[in-house]
Ligand binder design. Structure first.
Ligand SMILES: [Zn+2]
Length: 223
């Protein structure tokens, strides 16, 4: 089976700053349900400024961009509990941007990825501990969720995806945007996860379009 991968790019611009920060390390306590191999977890500001956009070459309908993004926000709202406000390019915490396949290629995104999240700016807040492993905790100041509107004639023609499939993929990416670095790689058909790395499993096979108990347990320690 071809693996259709969803990925997140970690651009942790504050890493160098954290080396000179005088913040005392904060112990956020035990993360009881850590399914990820990542050493990082994050959280959004209490008020999230957001906006929608697409590049001039991208033909993804505005309604798809907005509906998928709003679905994604709502799917995590009971966990994140954020307040949302309108933002723009000069003042945002989360932006949802549709791009073309060619533009995704130029960013190094594999053809199998229909969407991805980028952490543009984060602030190091301290450390948390899980099973004796230290995790770095970040506030997510600027995050971008990209949708790749692929109209090519191939397996990955994402412009043919049903809106329900886009919603599932968007909700997965918003899990990253909300601070779920990496993936739930131990999920199974009897312990399903939205944050499993392959949408042809979590959506096509499992029908998951919202965070499951295991996804929520992963996140609730920092919200
Ligand atoms: Zn992912």
């Amino acid at each position: 089976m071809k693996k259709k991968v969803l990925i997140s790019l970690f651009i942790i611009t504050s890493l160098s700053l954290s080396l000179i920060a005088v913040l005392a390390a904060t112990d956020f306590g035990e993360f009881s349900y850590w399914y990820s191999v990542s050493s990082q977890i994050g959280f959004l500001p209490s008020t999230v400024k957001y906006y929608f956009a697409k590049t001039s070459s991208c033909t993804m309908p505005d309604s798809y961009i907005q509906n998928t993004s709003i679905y994604s926000i709502n799917s995590w709202q009971s966990v994140y509990g954020r307040t949302y406000a309108s933002g723009d390019e000069s003042n945002y915490n989360v932006r949802f941007i549709a791009i073309t396949r060619a533009e995704a290629n130029s960013m190094g995104i594999p053809s199998s990825s229909p969407a991805f999240a980028v952490f543009n700016s984060t602030t190091y807040k301290g450390t948390g501990v899980y099973a004796s492993n230290t995790k770095s905790v970040y506030e997510m100041n600027k995050v971008s969720v990209y949708y790749v509107w692929d109209i090519s004639v191939s397996n990955y023609n994402t412009s043919l995806f049903a809106e329900a499939k886009w919603n599932s993929i968007g909700a997965h990416e918003y899990g990253h945007a909300g601070g779920y670095y990496d993936h739930n790689t131990i999920a199974t058909s009897s312990n399903k996860s939205l944050m499993y790395p392959y949408y042809n499993i979590f959506y096509d096979q499992w029908g998951v379009s919202n965070p499951t108990t295991s996804d929520v347990n992963h996140m609730k320690n920092v919200y």
